[in-house]
Design a protein around this ligand. Structure first.
Ligand SMILES: [Zn+2]
Ligand SMILES: [Zn+2]
Length: 793
């Protein structure tokens, strides 16, 4: 202790301490800001440059990563520029002495004393060559050495050295002349690049190749004498020709590249997950495909490919041709907000499977239905009567979908979509109604493809990421204590991050996968068997209202591929359909990226079971259900309702009169099974003149009034409010469904007879404003009342 105190009191120590403190203060007051303005590079999954952007001074200054500085490159540069780089502290005293002696003898000023560190200082802050500036440069060199490792200083040097024209840094030169990254340059190529920086104007690659070759070989021979490299390597390098020219900077995956650049403006090297050969192939396929559609006035398409196992984006094509401004080539179709058509239906059906109200063989009536003024039509303008749920989804029928949505309620589906990160749906959630399921909302191809990827992951939603989790975006945290930087590399969590979010159960997902794999369906492309090889995938098509958007989204265990085809101008085209226009492209892409897929199909989850159901209803068979089929169900979720597709009715021997228990004659009656059709189906049979087995009219002498068979007012809807247009003298439609034994019905407004009408024929009247009681009675005296509110505006 005593000795240390004594040492501190000595004069030399004090001088050193003062100089040190002075330097620290200067370092604090004049910090050296090292922020080279780099070009933005987007790399592929292997770290190779996919797309390069000029920096904001229109220079190519690509950042060489530390991993790209090979021992060969480092040796060549260090031996040529600054042999003692690893040993000195920014300034090489021996070199200064050597240079001074040379200056004295030759009377010329040479810059031989410059270390790599000092060159970095000069490249960062070019100054005129005065003695004062040289002194400042020395101090700056010390600063650099304090704050940066030798590797980082060498990296800075390699990134800043000029190569003539607007090319700076070894990576820019390597990419633009040799079309490869610096880590795979040969020794001959490294040497060619190592000799240029001091004379970037007289040594221009592509222009002075012969001269550069001579200089390269001169240095190679020099290196042989110094034994820097093995002589065999030198011989190989000497025999290598130099035939280079300047190439265009890589411009692949333009849409994703531009997007990543804009999303991460502070990053120079952004590592995407795109797989080069897939991206290239799909860009080509899309361009060729759209050029074939041109005659039909269809000008664009977008594609997104997600790997279902890694959740990484492997291909991303925003338009048919980025460089075609006429058709809006720069618009990113992956992120454009469009109408989804029918593509949200699988999520709806899956949600209903999970609610337990349906199974694949449950039947539903596809007949004209009015949902509070909203009367959807099917794509083919036809109605299919009673069909199964799986048929309804595979055939993308609209009325069953709206019925299901009404049953599970719009907010429940909207909530699922919010969970699956549908931005526009989230924003407009309060305005969305039943038309949502037919495309009445805004989605992007990216959102849809992410959603479908969760069908390949047992219903677990995980947003895909276009960035590699490790090398994607790192945030450099800097702390400064006494002018010294303490650095800490913190990885940002990968986009989407962590595990998945369950949006539907594995069982329900499995049912959807089974239905969307069916081959007997109308949304196959015309003549697909002759033209296309069918990949083993599950897929769903969609066509938006007005034929503006054609969608086809497919998946197997490995990939989810989302396709959109249409015009960015929003122009509809009669030929546009998901089946005929988007699906062929989907098949093409699947056959290209996953030809003869070896991946296994989805396994049935453990809690998935089979049961016998009545083919007429999909419900648990009743004693009269003779036609039974096998169906999937989810134990303890799917409802266990006993089938009511038929019922026993007492009829007279001639089967012309039916009886109830009240009027059953003592002489006895027949007990017969009759189909138990829903009123909406009966009314459809009537309008289509379809024959059906009907229950004979009820015993006319029966005094009991059957309220359960009273007319059903289908429009207006009980308890609703109707706003009518004053200027348009609008009228309110009245419509009721009645039993088939009814010949006439009577409409009452506020208990006053309005008029008599035929069953199943809507009538119109102009109501007064305010609360209105509407009643409908049939000729059997059965009656139904509803109350609505009317406003004239
Ligand atoms: Zn049945
Ligand atoms: Zn009766």
């Amino acid at each position: 202790m005593q000795r240390i105190k004594a040492l501190i009191r000595t004069k030399p120590f004090k001088i050193v301490a003062y100089i040190f403190l002075l330097f620290i203060s200067l370092d604090l007051i004049f910090p050296f800001k090292v922020q080279p303005n780099y070009s933005t590079l987007i790399t592929d999954s292997e770290g190779k440059v996919l797309h390069a952007f000029l920096n904001n001074q229109d220079k190519w200054r690509m950042k060489t990563e530390l991993s790209e500085i090979t021992p060969t490159l480092e040796k060549a540069i260090v031996y040529k520029e600054d042999r003692w780089f690893r040993w000195h502290f920014g300034v090489d005293p021996f070199a200064i002495i050597r240079a001074s002696i040379r200056n004295v003898f030759t009377g010329r000023r040479t810059s031989g004393a410059s270390t790599i560190t000092m060159q970095v200082v000069r490249l960062l802050k070019p100054q005129s060559r005065t003695y004062f500036n040289k002194t400042i440069e020395v101090l700056r060199a010390f600063q650099l050495e304090i704050h940066y490792s030798k590797d980082e200083i060498l990296q800075l040097y390699l990134n800043l050295v000029p190569y003539g024209s607007n090319i700076e840094g070894i990576k820019s030169a390597s990419i633009l002349y040799f079309q490869k990254s610096p880590d795979i340059l040969s020794l001959a190529e490294v040497m060619a690049l190592a000799i240029i920086p001091n004379r970037p104007t007289s040594l221009r690659l592509g222009i002075n190749n012969d001269f550069i070759l001579k200089e390269r070989n001169r240095w190679l021979n020099k290196f042989r004498q110094l034994a820097v490299f093995h002589h065999q390597d030198i011989d190989d390098a000497l025999s290598e020709p130099l035939n280079v020219e300047r190439h265009q900077a890589p411009k692949l995956a333009p849409h994703l590249s531009l997007r990543l650049k804009n999303e991460h403006p502070a990053e120079s090297n952004i590592h995407s997950t795109l797989i080069r050969h897939k991206q290239l192939t799909i860009e080509k396929i899309v361009q060729n495909y759209v050029s074939r559609l041109y005659a039909k006035n269809i000008h664009n398409a977008a594609v997104m490919v997600i790997n279902n196992q890694t959740h990484q984006v492997e291909a991303y094509v925003g338009s048919a041709d980025f460089n075609n401004p006429l058709d809006g080539g720069q618009v990113d179709g992956v992120r454009a907000i469009r109408s989804p058509g029918s593509t949200l239906k699988p999520l709806l059906y899956a949600t209903a499977f999970d609610k337990g109200t349906i199974t694949p063989k449950t039947t539903i009536n596809d007949v004209p239905t009015n949902f509070g003024g909203f009367e959807p039509e099917n794509f083919d303008k036809l109605f299919h009567g009673k069909i199964t749920i799986e048929y309804a989804l595979a055939n993308s029928l609209n009325i069953p979908a709206v019925k299901l949505l009404k049953e599970i309620s719009t907010p429940v589906l909207v909530d699922k979509l919010k969970k699956a990160d549908f931005h526009t749906v989230k924003k407009n959630s309060s305005k969305l109604g039943l038309s949502l399921i037919l495309g009445g909302c805004g989605v992007t191809l990216e959102e849809l493809t992410n959603l479908y990827s969760s069908f390949a992951n047992e219903g677990q939603f995980q947003k895909s990421s276009p960035l590699t989790p490790d090398g994607g975006i790192k945030k450099e945290l800097e702390k400064s204590v006494l002018g010294f930087r303490f650095r800490n590399w913190v990885e940002s969590s990968p986009l989407g991050g962590g595990g998945g979010l369950s949006i539907i159960s594995p069982e329900s997902t499995y049912l959807i996968n089974q239905i969307l794999t069916q081959i007997t369906r109308p949304d196959l492309p015309n003549n697909y068997a002759y033209t296309y090889r069918m990949p083993k995938i599950a897929w769903k098509t969609g066509t938006s209202f007005g034929k503006k958007d054609a969608w086809s989204i497919g998946y197997n265990a490995k990939y989810t591929v989302g396709i959109w085809v249409g015009n960015f101008s929003g122009e509809g085209v009669p030929e546009l359909s998901g089946a005929n226009i988007a699906t062929p492209l989907l098949f093409d892409i699947f056959n290209t990226i996953d030809y003869n897929s070896s991946s296994k199909w989805f396994k049935s989850p453990e809690n998935m079971a089979m049961r016998k159901v009545c083919a007429e209803s999909g419900d648990v068979p009743n004693e009269f259900c003779v036609n039974q089929i096998t169906d999937y169900y989810i134990p303890s979720v799917s409802k266990m309702t006993l089938c009511t597709h038929a019922k026993y009715v007492f009829v007279s021997k001639d089967e012309r009169i039916s009886y109830c228990s009240h009027c059953l004659p003592d002489s006895g009656a027949l007990r017969k099974i009759y189909p138990n059709y829903a009123p909406e189906l009966v009314s459809w049979f009537e309008t289509k003149h379809i024959l059906y087995a009907s229950i004979p009219p009820h015993n006319p002498t029966c005094e009991r009034i059957f309220q359960e068979n009273a007319p059903q007012i289908v429009y207006p809807v009980d308890g609703s409010e109707y706003i009518l247009d004053k200027n348009d003298t609008q009228k309110l439609m009245l419509n009721a469904q009645v039993r088939n034994d009814v010949k006439e019905i009577y409409w009452y407004i506020n208990d006053k007879l309005l008029r008599k009408s035929k069953p199943n024929t809507p009538i119109f009247f102009a109501p007064n404003a305010g609360k209105t009681k509407i009643s409908c009675s049939d000729d059997k005296g059965r009656n139904t009342d509803i109350v609505v509110k009317v406003r004239w505006e």
